[in-house]
Design a protein around this ligand. Structure first.
Ligand SMILES: Nc1ncnc2c1ncn2[C@@H]1O[C@H](COP(=O)(O)OP(=O)(O)OP(=O)(O)O)[C@@H](O)[C@H]1O
Length: 264
């Protein structure tokens, strides 16, 4: 395992004891589900932990067309011959790596059939097309994420799937932690990063009412990077916060008013 402070680890500031939970899950061969809003650090967390544990990481951004074959692999025609090509999940199993399924709830239903035997005590990947039945070696871990905020009734994880995973709930970091993250990622000073985080605090109290979701740490970093690069705060907020959050003129105006009250 790598030193937590090693310079080649992707930087991650913990929110709580999530690193210990991840490590223990990994040591025990248990799958982990990360729940939380977009852009709050889930992917960075997995990248950090995979590097820390010295495991290869295969990340798959799930979408509504993603099928089991996209994860497992398929036969492809190469130079007149048909050859089997492993998908990212199979590669992770063969190498004892970590497979991260981002927004797993988006994937097609046949994906669940593949995940179930991998996420209970069988820990096996069955590849019908090649007739292989691969036991997952020590080191292999399945991590999935989903955003409970914008799930609709049709797109929910079934209890039989959810209850195969340990779960960690993520949220936006505490203000002091978030200021540190925004400043470190963008190069902006802490005072100006602090103003952005204060604005975010106000905007997040609006989410659910006028906004589908509060402003992410990712967008704050974008805004901070623009400001650090010399752009005027007003223009940076317009491009990195107001336009990305809403298309509606009245909501955009409410956000501008909030910004004016913070920067007033
Ligand atoms: N705790 C943290 N430590 C360091 N950087 C962070 C942290 N949280 C967020 N970030 C920064 O915010 C950015 C967005 O985070 P990340 O991509 O991990 O979000 P996410 O939760 O995976 O989002 P999505 O669900 O949209 O994939 C990262 O690239 C990183 O710059």
């Amino acid at each position: 395992m790598k030193d937590v402070h090693s310079p080649d680890l992707p930087v991650y500031t913990p929110q709580s004891d999530e690193c210990e939970v991840f490590e223990t899950a990994h040591a025990n061969g248990l799958p982990l589900l990360l729940k939380g809003p977009t852009g709050c650090g889930k992917t960075r967390f997995v990248e950090h932990m995979a590097a820390r544990l010295g495991r290869p990481l295969y990340t798959v951004a799930c979408h509504d067309d993603l099928s089991a074959a996209d994860l497992i692999g398929r036969y492809l025609l190469k130079g007149g011959e048909t050859v089997w090509v492993d998908g990212p999940l199979t590669r992770a199993v063969r190498e004892g790596g970590i497979c991260y399924l981002d927004e797993v709830v988006e994937a097609r239903k046949d994906v669940t059939v593949v995940l179930h035997p991998l996420t209970d005590d069988r820990r096996r990947l069955v590849i019908d097309r090649t007739g292989e039945d691969l036991p997952a070696p020590e080191g292999f871990m399945l991590v999935a994420s989903y955003n409970p905020g914008y799930q609709n009734i049709l797109k929910k994880l079934k209890p039989s799937t959810r209850q195969r995973f340990l779960s960690i709930g993520f949220d936006f970091p505490q203000p002091d932690t978030e200021i540190g993250i925004v400043a470190a990622e963008s190069g902006l000073d802490r005072a100006r990063a602090g103003a952005l985080v204060r604005l975010a605090g106000h905007i997040r109290t609006l989410s659910g009412m006028d906004l589908e979701e509060g402003v992410s740490t990712r967008l704050l970093i974008y805004a901070a990077s623009l400001i650090a690069g010399g752009m005027k705060v007003e223009r940076a907020l317009e491009a990195a916060v107001i336009e990305p959050l809403s298309d509606e003129a009245d909501v955009q105006q409410a956000l501008r008013d909030l910004a004016a009250s913070v920067y007033g």
